[in-house]
Design a binder for this molecule. Structure first.
Ligand code: NAD
Length: 292
């Protein structure tokens, strides 16, 4: 078992992830800039440190789960790399841009630390259930060390390649998701206008070549998939604002890598309009309302 684990960022995802480490018998030292988050974490058995540097002192593994790349780089530049024991493994599970992820790896290596970018999919429900998918980027030695810890929080752990590969996999996957949700929504709206019942379209497309996760798990109309957010007035789930964040990250990456992602670009514009008109807190499948 690893010595202490430090967990920085105890929000919607970080708290249930850290709680699963506590449940597995690890000592977890945590820190969040929000006093309310610290209070909730203390109730879950996480030892709250007075700051990030104190949380990492003596830890064998440091996990961060923050909103964006700027905050991750600020954290890595805040002295925690100097406060940690040399050789400590730093795992950043936030969803951030590939460039910042690679910079974080460089900062860690310069300070004599091992590092991994390991963003997740599966949402808050997956975090609570310990059923996340981790997409990891970094050296094989770092991945091998991280794996037993990641397995306590996730069901599927994939080593995607070197530094930044986890973030690359995450944004490529979510670009597919954003585009496919729009495609499925357009098909339902077209079907409605052609007098086709939603159930009939679902029965055909879910067993035909139009089959995809946006249709069969997250169906954007109520009825065919009783557990999809459409059945609870599009309460997330996965908020449209987070989908927009990931689509914008994909477009930033496409621009810097010189990739032409025309549908990804259009999907980002469609979600931007949806979020700008006040729907950022709605599940991303609510995009069907805008399309309709
Ligand atoms: P959140 O806003 O609930 O939690 C982030 C936490 O980080 C907050 O509690 C905030 O106070 C804290 N924080 C910010 N700066 C900090 C700092 N310098 N030091 C310590 N704490 C700091 O967000 P979340 O939903 O938990 O998402 C975290 C990350 O996971 C994001 O990158 C998000 O894109 C990704 N993600 C979220 C979901 C989801 O469904 N919520 C799914 C997959 C991935």
């Amino acid at each position: 078992m690893a010595r202490d684990i430090a967990f920085i960022g105890l929000g919607n995802m970080g708290l249930p992830m850290a709680s699963n480490l506590v449940k597995a018998g690890h000592t977890v030292q945590g820190f969040d800039v929000s006093p309310a988050a610290n209070e909730a974490a203390a109730k879950a058995g996480i030892k709250i440190a007075s700051g990030a540097a104190e949380a990492v002192r003596g830890a064998e593994i440091v996990i961060s789960m923050l909103p964006n790349g700027k905050l991750v780089l600020e954290l890595y530049g805040s002295g925690i790399l100097q406060a940690a024991v040399p050789g400590t493994l730093f795992i950043d599970s936030s969803t951030i841009d590939v460039t910042s992820a690679r910079t974080a790896h460089e900062l860690a290596a310069t300070a004599g630390m091992a590092s991994l970018d390991a963003p997740v999919s599966g949402g808050v429900g997956g975090a609570a259930a310990g059923a996340l998918t981790f997409m990891a980027g970094g050296e094989t030695s770092a991945f091998t060390r991280a794996r037993p810890i990641l397995e306590l929080m996730g069901q599927k752990i994939v080593h995607c390649g070197l530094a930044g590969a986890g973030q690359a996999a995450k944004i490529c996957n979510n670009m597919i998701l954003g585009i496919s949700m729009i495609a499925v929504s357009e098909a339902f709206v077209l079907g409605e206008k052609l007098g086709l019942s939603e159930q009939a379209l679902f029965d055909v497309a879910s067993t035909s070549s139009g089959q995809c996760w946006s249709l069969t798990t997250y169906c954007p109309v109520p009825g065919p998939v009783p557990t999809s957010p459409a059945n609870r007035d599009y309460k997330p789930g996965f908020a449209a604002a987070l989908m927009l964040k990931d689509l914008l990250l994909s477009q930033e990456a496409a621009a810097s890598a010189g990739a032409d992602t025309a549908l990804g670009k259009h999907a980002a514009e469609i979600y931007q309009n949806f979020v700008s008109s006040g729907h950022g807190g709605m599940d991303f499948s609510g995009i069907i309302k805008a399309i309709r």
